[in-house]
Design a binder for this molecule. Structure first.
Ligand SMILES: *Cc1c(COP(=O)(O)O)cnc(C)c1O
Length: 272
């Protein structure tokens, strides 16, 4: 895509745009290589560029160069950045529920931060996928909010929200995520809510320097997904796992969505 750098340079100085595109390409190559090594189709792994703390101009530059998926952790920062990117690029957020990788570079936003019940109303309909539902109360709040949103499109389609359930895979006291033992009950409660579409599971293992150390956690998430899928009779196709330091291991263990910040954008600046 030789025109990429020209498109990205509309938003960043050319050298910075080139460096950003090069880092993104290197991460994509790592993901693709890990997929092929595992006998998987690289197109089956979505790369979410985690832009928390990074400016809208960097998102706009990547989006102009064809990067589709972006992840944010903090509701206010995310909504502000979505509006800034839409202003800069003329491309509004694409909250279309399908995870299919259609053409075009309209940013598709993912919410990957801890979601409090009182913020649920602010995220509904503004993110293609919410990765971090971890309680029935948050799920209910999302569903209630969807009920009062206007129907979309010519056919008057009732709005739906695609979600993943975040699992506290490392059994860590401080971490968000549902306890693996409570996952089936939470999934069944979510499946009873008419406006949420459950597509899979997400996890964030305890941080290690060595990406290989994440492997048992990723394998466990896949096993939990397989068991849950059999139990509820739904495919639950997505596993959101893998970050800068362990993305190859995640892909080897079946990730369909990886979330990479530092290795694409560089070290995070002070919080915006
Ligand atoms: C920040 C963050 C990432 C990206 O982490 P890096 O190590 O910068 O790649 C991925 N997932 C979640 C949930 C995050 O909060």
């Amino acid at each position: 895509m030789p025109h990429d750098i020209a498109a990205a340079s509309a938003f960043l100085p050319p050298a910075a745009a080139q460096a950003l595109l090069d880092r993104r390409a290197a991460v994509r190559a790592r993901v693709d290589g890990a997929a092929r090594a595992a006998g998987r189709d690289p197109a089956g792994v979505t790369l979410v560029a985690v832009s928390k703390y990074h400016p809208a101009a960097s998102v706009a530059a990547l989006a102009a160069a064809g990067q589709r998926d972006f992840g944010e952790n903090y509701v206010q920062e995310a909504l502000r950045k979505q509006a800034e990117v839409a202003d800069m690029t003329g491309m509004g957020p694409d909250a279309a529920p399908e995870m299919a990788m259609a053409g075009g570079a309209t940013p598709r936003w993912h919410f990957i931060g801890h979601l409090q019940s009182n913020k649920a109303k602010d995220v509904v309909g503004r993110f293609a996928l919410i990765h971090t539902v971890d309680s029935e109360s948050v799920a209910r709040k999302l569903d209630q909010r969807l009920a009062i949103l206007p129907a979309q499109g010519a056919g008057g389609v009732a709005p739906m929200q695609d979600i993943l359930l975040q699992v506290n895979i490392g059994d860590e006291e401080q971490k968000s995520g549902v306890d693996p033992d409570d996952l089936p009950a939470l999934a069944e409660a979510v499946l009873a809510l008419p406006r949420l579409r459950l597509l899979g599971l997400m996890c964030m293992p305890p941080i290690f320097d060595d990406g290989e150390a994440s492997r048992p956690y990723f394998a466990r998430l896949r096993e939990l997904r397989d068991a849950l899928s059999a139990r509820v009779g739904l495919p639950l196709p997505h596993l959101s796992m893998g970050m800068s330091h362990d993305v190859e291991v995640a892909v080897a263990e079946g990730a369909t969505i990886v979330r990479v910040g530092t290795d694409i954008f560089g070290p995070r600046p002070a919080r915006l």
